[in-house]
Write a protein that binds this ligand. Sequence first.
Ligand code: ATP
Ligand code: MG
Length: 395
Amino acid sequence: MQKIIIIKYAELNTKKGNINLFLRTLKQNIEKILADEKITISYDKGRMVITLLNDNYEQILEKLQNVFGIHEIAIAYDLKNNDLEVIEKSLNELLKNKEFQTFKVVSKRSNKNYFLNSQELNKHLGGYILKNFSNKKVDVLNPNLTINVEIRKTTAFIYFEKLKGLGGYPTNTLGKGLLMLSGGIDSPVAGFMAQKRGVKIEAIYFESPPHTSDMAKEKVISLASKLAIYQGNIKIHVIPFTKIQETIYKNVPNNYLITIMRRMMYKIAEKIAKKNRCQIIINGECLGQVASQTLESLNVINEVVKMPVIRPVACFDKLEIIEIAKKINTYETSILPYQDCCTIFVPDHPIIYPTLDKCLEYEKNFDYDVLINESVKNETIIDTSKKEENYNDYL
Ligand code: ATP
Ligand code: MG
């Protein structure tokens, strides 16, 4: 019996046309995340099988739980044979030291020519266990132990426990998106959700030194690094935003500061996205959460871009967003108290129902094209894979 890891990818089955691309990418992503391990990967009929050449199961399982496109993970035994007597003998061996009172057998066949069907196998193997192990009972609803038996073409697998995978589609099967990443709670969660659909992300961060600190930037780098786990590394475009913000402050009525500032952010984001072949902008806006997220605000802000803007958390409650942030381990970093450029120059009464006419009128007060081009030209790029020592200091 060889110990193996079985990987199931349920949702991929719906992707008939692209299945080969998806499987190839999933395999590459697994190989990448397990680059330091001694393994081989093969796949057939709805399953990927990892054979380990050492005994590093715990570590490998942990890493696999960070791979999108995996629905379920099981540590299994490959019997290298699907004869019924071999299955019985193996069950005998495996159940000998297991503690359980009640059980059920769940059989599956990918080899439909096998001489027993799944029902017959369940019945036969259940009977075999009852006969060979005393004091055990069948309980199909709530068993202590579920015994999974999978009949493959030339072999059979047995396993007892399944771990839930991350689900979604393998990263890098759907092109690139640009995540507007602030230091807050929402945008990292938005990024994670886009990654889950197979989008590889780059990030854009607007900084306004000296009003915003290096600590705020390091916080963003640390958040990006947490998302980088799912795709290897993340490129962060850091955009100097001080001059634009100060100019807006001098030239725009107080209640429109935030609206115009956001319009400028989006204009820059679209330019950076196009330059880097990102096809969508991803943003952490949430309907109704603040003044700039009313439907009127979203309309006049969104008006400056043609590119699709995806807002994965738009319809979530804050508590639901926080729950995901905790799961993906970004929450503790997000709540560190460094000022973001959105929290400086905040007016007492930002407009809740801005109009496009007013925005266009106020934007005539300054030459934003020149400022935007200057900001884009002066971007700095940080790659999470090259920043490790520094950002860790701030965690
Ligand atoms: P978050 O918790 O993600 O900061 P928020 O609830 O604080 O969101 P806002 O500050 O209004 O909301 O920002 C809305 C979205 O705009 C953010 O989720 C993010 O996508 C983007 N954003 C805001 N500030 C920045 C910034 N400095 N750099 C990049 N993107 C930003
Ligand atoms: Mg914010």
